[in-house]
Design a protein. Structure first.
Length: 256
């Protein structure tokens, strides 16, 4: 199979259209179910997008959809779990496509979410930050008298193959979060690595992706093939059968 996407070269953006990423994940899940694809971690970024999960979230939009879209922000109903969140350039998004039977979590979605949280907490620790959980609030928080959310999570599972995943605020400016009540939580703020770390300790994009990859492999207890941005197309090298996934001409394949 070939998944055709714009593959970023040196200096090109890793932005991938959100709706396109959902379509690609559906294909990847099917391939993992049939055994044509190994366990995978897709790391990417999205252009300004507000997503509403299966728990709802439209009542947590603070601006009309038409005003947001007029300002260049796409609003999308998504099949992942959870409430409302925001994606922006500079935010690192991770989509593990994993057979839960291959992990210590087995068929326990709650344990899987805790493993994803552990992975992000491990990344923060290696950067000198104390990350943690808040009971009843999925995601990763920076500890303090006023906890600040740094990573949101929302997953989907189809026949025990996962998709969707996490969004770690990295170098994004967080402006988009002003248009929503993030995850429906009104009594806490959001933050980013850029806000929490001095400039000389902020990792590069490549360094952060490597840390996330290493920590998720550790916490999930299995190797993960890594795909980055539009480079998802390179997966055809790992597949046994030749097929073609071609989105409609009107659907973006990737954004430069």
């Amino acid at each position: 199979m070939s998944i055709h996407a714009n593959c970023p070269g040196p200096g090109e953006s890793l932005l991938v259209d959100y709706r396109y990423s959902v379509s690609v994940q559906e294909i990847l899940v099917g391939l993992r179910q049939e055994g044509s694809l190994e366990n995978l971690l897709w790391l990417l970024e999205h252009p300004p997008t507000i997503t509403l999960g299966t728990s709802g979230g439209s009542d947590h939009l603070l601006l009309p959809v038409e005003d947001l879209e007029a300002g260049g922000v796409t609003v999308v109903q998504t099949p992942r779990g959870g409430d409302i969140t925001c994606h922006e350039p500079g935010q690192l998004v991770g989509y593990p496509v994993v057979d839960l039977d291959d992990t210590p979590c087995r068929r326990d979605i709650h344990l899987y979410l805790r493993a994803l949280e552990d992975g992000i907490i491990g990344v923060l620790g290696r950067l000198g930050l104390e990350g943690g959980r808040i009971e009843g609030r999925t995601g990763v928080w920076i500890a303090g008298s006023a906890p600040r959310k740094i990573a949101a999570m929302g997953v989907r599972c189809n026949r025990w193959i996962t998709s969707h995943g996490f969004a770690l605020n990295f170098r994004n400016d967080l402006r988009g979060f002003g248009a929503i009540v993030p995850c429906g939580i009104s009594d806490a703020g959001v933050t980013s690595l850029q806000q929490e770390l001095p400039a000389d300790r902020l990792p590069s994009h490549e360094e952060l992706r490597a840390l996330v990859h290493e920590e998720l492999q550790r916490c999930l207890g299995l190797p993960l093939r890594l795909a980055v941005g539009g480079g998802i197309a390179e997966l055809h090298r790992a597949l046994r059968e030749e097929r073609v996934f071609e989105p409609s001409l009107s659907e973006p394949r990737g954004l430069k």
